[in-house]
Design a binder for this molecule. Sequence first.
Ligand SMILES: Nc1ncnc2c1ncn2[C@@H]1O[C@H](COP(=O)(O)OP(=O)(O)O)[C@@H](O)[C@H]1O
Ligand SMILES: [Mg+2]
Length: 240
Amino acid sequence: MGELIKIEKLVKRFGEIKALDGVDLAIRRGETLGLVGESGSGKSTLARLLLGLIKPTSGSIVYRGSADTRRACQIVFQDPQTSLNPRIRVGEAIGEPILIHKIMPKNQINVRVGELLQLVRLPAAYAARYPHELSGGERQRVGIARALASNPEFLVLDEPVSSLDVSVQVEILQLLKELKSRIDLTYLFIAHDLSVIGYLSDRIAVLKEGRIIELDGAAKVLDNPREEYTRNLLAASFRL
Ligand SMILES: Nc1ncnc2c1ncn2[C@@H]1O[C@H](COP(=O)(O)OP(=O)(O)O)[C@@H](O)[C@H]1O
Ligand SMILES: [Mg+2]
């Protein structure tokens, strides 16, 4: 398995705060890498750096993908309520990245939007709805469809189920697993809860105060964690 992304000595400061304090990490092509850590440990900062939404203070991120980074790396946010514009219909929200990246002619976008909705197990007719006309789980499916619209090879999932009810969490996790088996994708799956991460991950990285303190196969980290901090995270999480 080759490396898709190589992160070296990554540091990000916000004024006095060192959100990331020297992260070295390789993300392998095709894997699901889980990233876990308590709130404020730097997870979303790493996500935003990977997407190029913010610039590192120092260190580097090298992307070895086949397409341009902006198109090939996409993110699904925690709260689809705030990540979707309430005044924009679902179909337009999903079609927007296709339009921006000029992936296909305008007159083909509606068909593609219908396909993407079906891919995330929503009726194609949902294209005409507004975000408030959907349940939380349905909105997150729209968030996923939108992320997939530009045919990415790398998806950052930043706590994609944290704002959802437990039963809906399981549905979304199952969908993400199913999508990965159907499409060539690499996932960075972020959560503060180890049980959520264990369901999907091949490897798990543990982030504490901006540093990766543990990184190993998922079963190893879940069944036999090396660090006290990881054991505490495990104790705090509930089993799905
Ligand atoms: N734009 C910002 N300005 C100032 N501080 C920030 C900013 N973004 C994040 N931080 C700080 O960086 C640290 C890591 O935050 P974040 O990456 O969001 O953590 P996590 O996603 O693990 O909860 C926190 O102390 C947070 O307050
Ligand atoms: Mg976060």
